[in-house]
Every structure is written in structure tokens, then in C-alpha cells.
Ligand binder design. Structure first.
Ligand SMILES: *Cc1c(COP(=O)(O)O)cnc(C)c1O
Length: 357
């Protein structure tokens, strides 16, 4: 089969096996002679999918009965609003760490719901580092952080010890490395970066944190309503949830997070080493905060852009054009990207250097 090395930032690469199983389910789901797309979400077969899709999250995160998992539509962007709506009390304050475009958007929504306090920001240097000198106000309702900044290519390596509930947008590095999930009150992630296709968002929340805002809640924006309904208060995005389940099963069956963590480390080491070594490239972020998922780099001689672009396109590499806010290149190394693809990119970078220096 013709092989494309897919470094897309999102929606991102999925395992080939998952795509195959997903397409089979579109035609004949579990030998029902019906498509998954045309059966009731309340059918036994689909209820099993939903149960498994929820329990596998708790399994991979190693958390207990005190957490609930729900799947929602609306993208991670809807969570920018739902988090403060559900956790920020009427007279309270929410603390935010501003590390990029996505946290900025989360802050914008929280400000509409209530009082916010941006305790640190790296905006002064176009978000090329993670702020570390800040104190967390012990009287705030929660602290919101973004574990991986998909656009700027930075990642929080050491999570803050928070005296208040810790909320994290993990959209672009969920299940890429081992973390202590019990340190978080709420974790959310849009599926389309590292755990599935676009169309569903996973929210895992500690039950005890809910129902405390004093706010009269709209049903569709109320986590408790979705928990009570088992993520079926309304018709859930059935297909994206199914493909997310397949992707997480793929992860689990291959060895889980400890397995993928090693591979992700290898992949990013190989690429960052080449960026540092190669005289025609440099990285865009502070070395300590470099993301293992989204590797951003620039050409030292921008006039060679056309030549470099031709080389990687000829090598069947796809999706490494940088985001418009950073320019240059961004190679996303999500879980499903094999190390062979990174090796191909590195070979192209070496060849490019030999040819043009
Ligand atoms: C992509 C992304 C989002 C936005 O996700 P949508 O599903 O498009 O709303 C939010 N946060 C992070 C970290 C992202 O990478």
C-alpha cells in the first residue's frame, strides 16, 4: 500500500487497524447486518460500546469510583465554557495558567461566567515556554492548565502541586505519557488529536466537585445531567465514540501507556536531536519545555523553503506545515505515528543539509 507519513496536528493520525475496523462497522456492525450509523444508541450493542468507552478511560488513568467519565459533543472548545459553568461558584474566582492559544480561549469563556485570575502567562515571548514561578491562590475554586500546547509546541513536564482542584485540558497529549490522574479533579480532551476522530470530547471528573456553584443550570451544559444519563441524555456522537474506543483498545492491547510513553520519547528525541544538530534548522521553544507531541522548528535560511518543501513532499510526508502563529514547520508525533515516519523526516532533513550547505 502507498504509505503517507502523516504528521497532521489534528485531526491526527489513527492506527491503520482502527480505520479498518471502523469502516467495517459502518457496513456491518458486530454481525447485525446493520451499520453502526443506523442503529439506536439504546441498543444493547451500542450500550456496550458506551460502557466500555467510559470504563477504558478509568482503566488507563487508574482511577476509582470517585470519578465519572462522560462523552460530549461540542469539542474541547465547549469545555472552555462548561468547566467554569460547572465549577466556578457565583462569587468565587477561577485561576488560569496562560500558555497559548487554547488557554487564552479558555480564559475568555471563564471571564464571561465569573471572576478569573490569570496567575501566570508566557504571552510575553509568544508562548515559547511554560511559566514556572507562580503561586496558586488557595481560595480559588480551581486552577486550569493546558498540559500540551498544540500550536506553540510546549508541554508541562511537571504538573503543579495544587492546593485547589486541578483542571486540565489534555486534548493533545492525553494517554501519551504516564501521569498521576488522581491529582486532577477534572481532565478533558477533544478526541481528534491523540485518542480518536473529531466529534466527541471526553470529560473525566471527580463527582464531589459538582453541584456547588449555586447556579441554576441549563441541562445540556450540566455535567451532572450527562453523568446521570450515562452520556446518553441526548443522542451521543455514536461513531466518534466507537472509533475512540477502538483506538484506546489498540493502545491497551499493545502495552498501554508505559509502552507508548517509551516510543513517544524515542520519536521526539530522534527529531529534536536532528533539529539541534542540523545547521539549517532550529527549534522554536525553550528546551526544557519542548513538547513530545508537537515539534515546532524553523529554517535558518527561509529562502530555502521551496526546496525543503519539495523534498519532504517527494518523501510522502504530509502535514508538517507550521501553524500560522509560529510559521515554519510542526511535526505532530501522536501515539499512532510510527517511529519509521520520524526516521523518514530526519533522513530528508539530513539530505537537505548535505545538498544546500
Ligand atoms: C485542538 C485543541 C482544542 C480545541 O479543540 P476543538 O475540539 O476543536 O474544540 C483545545 N485545546 C487543545 C489543547 C487543543 O489542542
Amino acid at each position: 500500500m502507498f504509505k503517507v507519513h502523516n504528521f497532521s496536528a489534528g485531526p491526527g493520525i489513527l492506527p491503520a487497524d482502527v480505520l479498518k475496523q471502523a469502516s467495517n462497522a459502518c457496513v456491518n456492525f458486530e454481525n447485525l447486518n446493520l451499520s453502526l450509523l443506523e442503529i439506536s444508541h439504546r441498543s444493547k450493542n451500542y450500550e456496550n460500546v458506551m460502557d466500555e468507552a467510559r470504563s477504558i478511560i478509568k482503566d488507563l488513568f487508574e482511577v476509582g469510583e470517585d470519578y465519572e467519565v462522560i462523552y460530549l459533543g461540542g469539542g474541547a472548545s465547549l469545555q472552555f465554557a462548561m468547566v467554569p459553568y460547572n465549577l466556578l461558584s457565583e462569587n468565587g474566582t477561577a485561576a488560569y495558567l496562560n500558555t497559548g492559544v487554547w488557554s487564552t480561549k479558555a480564559i475568555k469563556e471563564a471571564k464571561i461566567i465569573g471572576n478569573t485570575n490569570v496567575i501566570a502567562s508566557s504571552e510575553d515571548k509568544n508562548f515559547n515556554y511554560i511559566p514556572k514561578d507562580y503561586s496558586i491562590p488557595s481560595d480559588a475554586d480551581y486552577l486550569h492548565i493546558t498540559s500540551n500546547n498544540t500550536i506553540f509546541g510546549t508541554q508541562i513536564k511537571k504538573f503543579p502541586k495544587s492546593p485547589i482542584p486541578l483542571v486540565c485540558d489534555m486534548s493533545s497529549d492525553i494517554f501519551s505519557r504516564s501521569i498521576n490522574a488522581n491529582d486532577f479533579t477534572l481532565i478533558y480532551a477533544g478526541a481528534q488529536k491523540n485518542m480518536g476522530p473529531a466529534g466527541c470530547t471526553m470529560v473525566m471528573v471527580k463527582k464531589e466537585a459538582l453541584g456547588k456553584t449555586g447556579r441554576k443550570m441549563l441541562s445540556m451544559l450540566d455535567y451532572q445531567v450527562h453523568i446521570k444519563g450515562g452520556s446518553m441524555y441526548n443522542t451521543p456522537p455514536v461513531f466518534p465514540i466507537y472509533v475512540t474506543l477502538l483506538t484506546l483498545k489498540w493502545l491497551k492491547q499493545n502495552g498501554g501507556i508505559s509502552w507508548i510513553e517509551k516510543i513517544n520519547q524515542q520519536k521526539s528525541n530522534v527529531l529534536y536531536n536532528e533539529i539541534d544538530r542540523n545547521s539549517l534548522f532550529h527549534g522554536t521553544t525553550s528546551t526544557d519545555d519542548r513538547s513530545q507531541m508537537n515539534v515546532c522548528f524553523l529554517l535558518n535560511k527561509p529562502e530555502l523553503e521551496v526546496e525543503f518543501d519539495k523534498l519532504w513532499k517527494d518523501a510522502n510526508i504530509s502535514g508538517i506545515k507550521g501553524h500560522r502563529d509560529v510559521g515554519g514547520y510542526r511535526a505532530s508525533l501522536y501515539n499512532a505515528l510510527p517511529i519509521e515516519s520520524v526516521n523518514v523526516l530526519v533522513e530528508v532533513m539530513k539530505y537537505f543539509e548535505n545538498k544546500f550547505t
